[in-house]
Design a protein around this ligand. Sequence first.
Ligand code: NAI
Ligand code: A1CAB
Length: 279
Amino acid sequence: MTTETQRSAARSSDTVAVLGGGRIGEALLGGLVAAGRDAGSLLVVERDADRAAEVSGRLGVTATDVADAAGRADVLVVAVKPQDVQGVLESVPAGRERVVVSLAAGIPTIALERWLPTGTPVVRVMPNTPMLVGRAMCVLSAGAHADDAAMDTAEGLLRSVGRTVRVPESQQDAATALSGSGPAYLFLVAEAMIEAGVALGLPRPTATELVTATVDGAGGLLTGPGNHPSLLREAVTSPGGTTAQALRVLEAHGLRAAFADAVEACRDRSQALGATYGG
Ligand SMILES: NC(=O)C1=CN([C@@H]2O[C@H](COP(=O)(O)OP(=O)(O)OC[C@H]3O[C@@H](n4cnc5c(N)ncnc54)[C@H](O)[C@@H]3O)[C@@H](O)[C@H]2O)C=CC1
Ligand SMILES: O=C(O)[C@@H]1CCC=N1
């Protein structure tokens, strides 16, 4: 067995507990099950009993409480809303070596470490909702006690549900503004295009199908090897043709400036949220 295979084998035998069985928590657990991980090694801690039963019934994972999860898990994933994180982490008992992977927006590792037993390796992650279809972009940053092995563990998990990138924690707010919140910008663009098609007289189902297929196809081109958005846009834009007219109008309406301002506002909000936790 190669070293890499040994490392992967060790990771897939880890017991993983997800604290919070909401949208992101279930998406991660579902992705892990779909990637072939034994559901018996997956735990969910969800305070809403009906929701806990729903997630465990759907995925075959075990619903339990924080104390039990913390006692059994090699990896604890935090997937509750930011305002619920402190309460959950302060109930994690000391005494077991485990990596904590936080998916909570805006909460800096320095705060997570303060709420956890001293010395706990913490990895802060900004995921996004395409995790629901196994196509997440997860941006990872190491806390003060997270070594390469802890980062490998977190990355190994998250690769089951999409792509991963490591950045210094100082770049997390900017990353949130691009990939964390980014799906919402694209959904807004899709919505606007559908409404524009309806205004031109297309039946709504037709407009919706045309736009969703176009967004999906364009995404496939964009993630292809060696492709760049400028080149792809040029390839659609015939001299004197139709696309050039549409692009001229979008530029005249300040599309690029709108995106620059929006991304900056999002980054600022993420920074402000972090500052409330001492980041
Ligand atoms: N939705 C998104 O696009 C993104 C969300 N995130 C982060 O992911 C985290 C989860 O977000 P969602 O899944 O959208 O929220 P959600 O509200 O769908 O899920 C949170 C779940 O945690 C449960 N919960 C709350 N307190 C609990 C406790 N003390 N013990 C056990 N369970 C508890 C709730 O009952 C709920 O089911 C948040 O911190 C958010 O910042 C990060 C990036 C993107
Ligand atoms: O809007 C939010 O606060 C969260 C974080 C990134 C995406 N959704």
